[in-house]
Ligand binder design. Structure first.
Ligand code: ZN
Length: 196
């Protein structure tokens, strides 16, 4: 099941892979993918800033390199990071897009999948606002299914991996509360495989 439009969200006619009907905040933390690279993988993440806090705009500011880390000692370790996912799905299902999906967002870091290094080259990074101690929301799962449908209308997706799959030992997201069975059994995800 793929669609170029789901509800109020649809692909923009502008180049680069931007969705209309979502909040767009353009991050500088991207560059071009290698020429001819097929975008065949989703990498799932969680993030909350500060950790365990599901409100405010610290995630957005992190991905825009605008985080004021002196405000909170829990954020100090993030001061020099240059990172961004393509998409963030917040607790109530709001979608924020930071990087066009045709571009390489800096979300996975050193990583490996199916003998391929540098997962950023061939993947789309989706963050769910959350952590390793709370269930994700129904609104997030519903929105994720819609987003998967939209992404498959533009990109030849085959694989879905967790950040913890492609960077084992280094990363723990999306963690024990991410319901893989629920996501992979949805009609929108039919045929996608988690190769781990
Ligand atoms: Zn991650």
């Amino acid at each position: 099941m793929t669609a170029r439009r789901v509800g109020s969200i649809q692909w923009s006619d502008a180049p680069g892979g931007w969705l209309n009907g979502v909040k767009q905040l353009e991050s500088p933390n991207f560059n071009a993918r290698p020429p001819g690279m097929a975008i065949d993988t989703l990498v799932m993440h969680f993030i909350s800033l500060p950790p365990g806090v599901f409100s405010g705009n610290a995630i957005e500011r992190l991905f825009l390199n605008q985080l004021t880390t002196s405000d909170d000692p829990r954020l100090a370790c993030l001061a020099e990071l240059q990172v961004s996912a393509h998409l963030l799905i917040r607790r109530r299902g709001e979608v924020v897009q930071f990087v066009g999906t045709d571009q390489r967002a800096w979300h996975a870091g050193p990583s490996r999948m199916l003998d391929r290094e540098r997962c950023n080259d061939f993947s789309i990074g989706i963050e769910l606002e959350g952590d390793g101690a709370h269930r994700f929301t129904h609104a997030q799962y519903r929105r994720l299914a819609q987003v998967i449908s939209l992404l498959r209308a533009r990109h030849p997706l085959r694989w879905v991996a967790g950040h913890e799959d492609v960077a084992p030992g280094r990363k723990q997201d999306p963690g024990p509360f991410f319901d893989w069975a629920r996501v992979l059994s949805s009609p929108e995800a039919t045929g996608l495989i988690r190769p781990f």
